[in-house]
Design a protein around this ligand. Structure first.
Ligand code: NAD
Length: 370
C-alpha cells in the first residue's frame, strides 16, 4: 500500500499533546482497519518550539508543513511564555504558518450533536440538528489593513486607526470556497457584510454576486447585513447553511455560532489555501480551543474537537467522506451512550477523562466498521 498521504502533526502546548495523543490512536485505527496509510511527521510549534529552538515556528516546521498534504495542529500558548514580548509569543507560531502557507479561508462548522442539544445557549428545539458552516476570510481586512496604529495629535489626544481594505481577488477566492462547500451541503450561501455603510462592504457584495453569476448560478445566494445575521443566528439559526464573511465579521459570527453548540471542547476547524496548479492545496486543521493551561496535565481535556478536526482533514484534504463520517458517528455514539468529559458533563451522565474518551471512540469505531 503506498504511503501517499503526508501528515504533519504539531501537538504544541498545554492540552495540545494530550488531545493529539488520542487523535493519533484514531489515525492508527484508520490505518489498521480502513486500508489507508499515512506518512506522518511530527514537529515543534508554540511554546514547545520556543523552549527547544528559540522560535515559536522554526523554519523546519514551515518546511515540513509545506511538504505535507495536511497539517494537524494542537494548540499553543500558556503562562510560561506569557511574559515574552509580543513578537516572540507562542501564538505567533500559528500566524506564521497561516501566512507562509497562504491559508486564507477559515472553515468553522457549528454542529449541534443530538446528545448535546441541551448544552446550547439557546433552547434545545431551536438548535437540535443545527449544521452550519462559517467561512471566514483570514489574511485580509481590518486586522491587516494599513494605515493602522495609535497617533497623538498636537493637542496631546490620541487617535486609533485601523483600515478595512479588500482587493476583489481576495473576496473572489474566499467566495469560491464558500460556494464549493455549499454544493456539497444544502446548496445555500449567506454572504454577510455592511454594504449599507461600508465601501468595502459594497465591493464585497458586488464581487460575491459576480462570482455567483459566473461560476455558481446553481447555488442559492443570499446577502445579509452582518448585524442582522448576528440576530438571526441567535434566534433562528437553522435557516443557515454556509455563512461567508470577512475577517472581522467572520470572527465575531463564528464565535456566536460556537456558543450555539455548547462546548469549546467539541469544535473543530480547518484553514485552507488556494488550489495550486499541481492541484495540491495547503490546509491546517485544529480545534478552536486553546491550550487550556488550567486543566493541562490533568488528563481531563475533551479530545473530541481534535479528533473531529482530523475528520475534517479526511473529508477536505483527502476526499475520504465515508471515513470522516465514521469518526463523527463514533463521537456522537459515545456521547449518546452517556459518557462525558467534564466540560460537557450533564446530570445522569458518567464523567470520564481524556484517554477513556479516546478508548470509547475507538470501541464505537470498531462497532461501526464491523
Ligand atoms: P482556551 O480555549 O484554552 O480555554 C478556555 C476554557 O475552556 C478553559 O477553562 C479551558 O479549560 C476550557 N477548555 C478549552 N478546551 C477544552 C477541552 N478540549 N476540554 C475541556 N475544556 C476545555 O482559551 P484561553 O484560556 O483563553 O487561552 C489559553 C491559552 O491558549 C492562551 O495562551 C491563548 O493564547 C492560547 N490559545 C491558543 C489558540 C490556538 O492554539 N489556536 C487558540 C485560542 C487560545
Amino acid at each position: 500500500m503506498p504511503a501517499n498521504k503526508k501528515l504533519l502533526i504539531l501537538p504544541g502546548d498545554g492540552i495540545g499533546p494530550e488531545v493529539v495523543r488520542e487523535t493519533r490512536r484514531v489515525i492508527e485505527w484508520m490505518e489498521r482497519r480502513r486500508a489507508v496509510s499515512f506518512e506522518i511527521e511530527e514537529g515543534l510549534v508554540g511554546g514547545a518550539a520556543i523552549d527547544a529552538t528559540g522560535s515559536p515556528c522554526p523554519d523546519e516546521t514551515v518546511e515540513a508543513a509545506t511538504r505535507a498534504d495536511a497539517v494537524l495542529f494542537g494548540s499553543v500558548g500558556g503562562p510560561k511564555w506569557d511574559s515574552l514580548p509580543f513578537e516572540q509569543r507562542p501564538e505567533l507560531g500559528i500566524l506564521r504558518l497561516r501566512k507562509d502557507l497562504g491559508l486564507f479561508a477559515n472553515l468553522r462548522p457549528a454542529v449541534v450533536l443530538d446528545p448535546l442539544a441541551d448544552a446550547s445557549a439557546l433552547r434545545a428545539d431551536l438548535v437540535r440538528g443545527l449544521d452550519i458552516m462559517i467561512v471566514r476570510e483570514t489574511t485580509g481586512g481590518v486586522y491587516f489593513g494599513e494605515p493602522r496604529g495609535v497617533t497623538k495629535g498636537p493637542d496631546g489626544k490620541r487617535t486609533g486607526v485601523d483600515t478595512q481594505i479588500y482587493h476583489e481577488d481576495e473576496i473572489a477566492r474566499v467566495a469560491r470556497v464558500a460556494f464549493e462547500l455549499a454544493r456539497k451541503r444544502r446548496n445555500k450561501v449567506t454572504s454577510v457584510e455592511k454594504a449599507n455603510v461600508m465601501q468595502s462592504g459594497r465591493l464585497w457584495r458586488a464581487v460575491v454576486g459576480e462570482v455567483h453569476k459566473a461560476e455558481f448560478p446553481d447555488v442559492q445566494l443570499e446577502n445579509m447585513y452582518a448585524d442582522n445575521c448576528a440576530m438571526q443566528l441567535a434566534s433562528k439559526p437553522k435557516q443557515f447553511d454556509v455563512i461567508l464573511g470577512d475577517n472581522l465579521f467572520g470572527d465575531v459570527l463564528s464565535d456566536l455560532a460556537a456558543a450555539l453548540t455548547g462546548s469549546l471542547g467539541m469544535l473543530p476547524s480547518a484553514t485552507l489555501g488556494a488550489v495550486q496548479p499541481s492541484s495540491k492545496r495547503h490546509a491546517l486543521y485544529e480545534p478552536i480551543h486553546g491550550s487550556a493551561p488550567d486543566i493541562a496535565g490533568k488528563g481531563v481535556a475533551n479530545p473530541c474537537a481534535q479528533i473531529l478536526s482530523f475528520a475534517m482533514l479526511l473529508r477536505i484534504s483527502f476526499g475520504m467522506e465515508e471515513d470522516a463520517k465514521l469518526v463523527e458517528q463514533a463521537v456522537e455514539k459515545v456521547l449518546a451512550g452517556g459518557l462525558r468529559t467534564a466540560d460537557i458533563m450533564a446530570p445522569g451522565m458518567a464523567r470520564i477523562g481524556t484517554s477513556v474518551m479516546g478508548e470509547a471512540i475507538l470501541r464505537e469505531l470498531d462497532k461501526l466498521a464491523a
